[in-house]
Structure formats: C-alpha cells, structure tokens
Design a protein around this ligand. Sequence first.
Ligand SMILES: Cc1ncc(COP(=O)(O)O)c(C=O)c1O
Length: 395
Amino acid sequence: MNDDFSSDASIIDRKNYINDADWSKLQEFIQDKNPPFLVLSREKAISNYKLLESLSNWAKIYYAVKACPNEEILKEFIALWSYFDIASIYELDRVLSLWATSDRLSYWNTIKKEKDIKYAYDKWVRMFATDSFEDLEKIARVAPKTKVYFRLLTPAFWADRPLSRKFGCEIPLAYELALKAKELWLIPYWISFHVWSQQNDLYAWDVALSKAKELFDQLKESWITLQMLNLWWGLPSHYIKKTETISNYLDTIKWFIECHFKDEKMDLIMEPGRSLVWDIGVIVSEISLVSKKSTQEDEIRWVYLDLWKFSWLIETLDESIKYPIYTEVTGELSPVILAWPTCDSADILYENYKYLLPENLKSWDLVYIFSTWAYTQSYSAIEFNWFPPLKIFVI
Ligand SMILES: Cc1ncc(COP(=O)(O)O)c(C=O)c1O
C-alpha cells in the first residue's frame, strides 16, 4: 500500500480525483450556483457499482444506506438490483418508498426496539443481526422463524475510522446465541463482522475471517451449520492518502476466504459504504475569511470556509479523515489552519495536521473538497447558528 501521508500529501493533483471531462462538466454546472453545496455524479455511481459487481461476482452487494442515503442515487442502485443494508426503520421506509423489495434487505443493527423489529417484520424483512440475548428474544417474539446473524467483535488494526466496542460480541457469546436462536425457533444463518471503517490493513480481514471460522467450526460440532458470511466492508477510500485499487483488495480478501473456509460452502455478501462511490462527490465551498491572530510575520493563517463540521464533515472529528482539498488559486504554499464560521470553538477542521495552501488565497475564492460522497449527507444536521443542511445536486 502506498502510505503517502506527509503534510505534502495535502498538495492535491486534481486529476487524481476528477478527470478533465468531469471537471469541465462540474465547472459548467456550478457557474450559476451559490456555494456551499455537494455535487454527486449519477454516472459515476452507476459505473462504480457495475465495476464492483463485475469484480465481486462471488458475493452479493448490500449497499450500506447509511453511507449516503441520497434518493436519486438509491434509485439507481435499486434499478441495478442492489441489495441494501439498513440500520433503522427510517432507512427501511426510505428504500421501500423507492420500490426496493423487502427480500433484498438486511436489518444489521443489533440495537433495536421490539416495536421496530415488528415494524420491519410486518414489512417483510426476514434477516436480522444480533449480538445479545435480549435482542434475540425480542426477535423471536415479534419476528418468528426469521434468519438471524451474529456480529463478531474485531480488533481495530489500522483503521482511520475505528468503530469501538458498541456493536458485536466475542465468539463464546455468539456461540451461545446461536444455540439459543435454535431453541427459540429462529434460524441461525450467518456470521458477520466489520473490520472497522477506512481500514488500511488487509490483515484485518484475515484475523476477522479466522474468528468467523472458529465460530463456524464450534457450531458445526453442535449441529448448526451457518450458511452465510457477511464481510460487511470497511475498505478504504482515496482521500489524501492513496489506496490500493478495489480489485487488489477484493482479490486478497477472496484469497483469505478460500484459505480459511477451504471446502466449506458459504454464501457471501458484502455491504460496501464509503469506498463504493468515494469519487462521486465534490463539495464546493467559498472562503469566508483568511486571517491571522497576531501581526507577526510567521504567524499561521486561519482559512475559514463556509460550511460547518457538525453538519457537513463530521468525519473530520479528531482529524481522522483527511479530505483532499483543492483550489485553482496558484502561488507559494504555506501551512494553514482550516476552520468553519459557526460560533462553536470546536468547529475546526484541521489544526494539528497542516494543509498547505496558496498564500494569496482570499475571501470569495472557491475551494473543492473531493471524495465527499460518504458520511456527509447522512450526517447533515440543521439549525446550529441557523445554518441550513447540506445542499445537494445530482448531475
Ligand atoms: C453494518 C455495516 N455494514 C457496512 C458498513 C459500511 O462500512 P464502510 O463505509 O466502512 O464501507 C457499515 C459502516 O459503519 C456498517 O455499520
């Protein structure tokens, strides 16, 4: 993997993110628009989906709706016969309202109210994830005879967006849950794990798969044969750090599966979020202000954009995701602190990691933030300082 991650990595070659033809199309589109906004490319969403499908004909694609629930893009995926991973009854209603069918949905969230499980069951959802006895009993009560799957905990390795221990359980508990599921007349069907998001270390899949196999073997000895493996996802997107091509990742993961599960026959599914369509979103932002905190010559510049962290780019929390930031303004480069205009002091994008931007950058100049498809619209909040939610165009 190319670990291209020095401060110089913030000097963006636009062509690594958007080709000339798409760039001209974008420029034409934004001429009469008032920043800030996010532009999504329908064409790219479709071609990326088709590419992933062709590279992974050994697994079904369950698109993780949470990554970007944009209706226009969801409609395209539905037309391409995608399956969907949903996390709430609200995501359920959204995909159903766009004519997805319930047999193509998996309700992955292990933290559910009983009435929500019933709601999903009444809408014909028949696959539920679980990681606790209480949740399993709720499923058995209101969603009888459905297929359940067990979410295993996995270690963090080198993920930029670690997930914490909120979801998942250790192997002995998953084993007990599978036995209990059978007792409750549910169908213990599959194993799932998430190797954490923006995972840079391919061995994370190796380790997770060996855990999955351990559970598989233990259950087989107890006469329960799990039939499906859900790889979830976690593949990294191309932000300022370069990533491998998706085909390299998939080839290696497939090889790990073959090594661990050898002759076992398992149906495979994956739930891509972030990396499926990382390159289809561009945020266009206008600089609100450039200023310094003292008169000293070498004082660092603060560059304030016109959008805010908690609505638009929540993944800059802890500076974990480092977005490619590009401007057409040229000139000598020097480090800046990038921040937003709301009155929350924490509303700073990058302070520790110093982006290099041209010294003659000023108010009204445009800044483009690439790779902003995932986890932007889905986090978009409203009302702080009365800033409106993220404005989105699909072209
Ligand atoms: C259950 C589940 N599946 C899939 C995904 C998608 O992961 P990513 O965006 O890292 O590909 C997530 C993200 O958190 C998830 O929780």
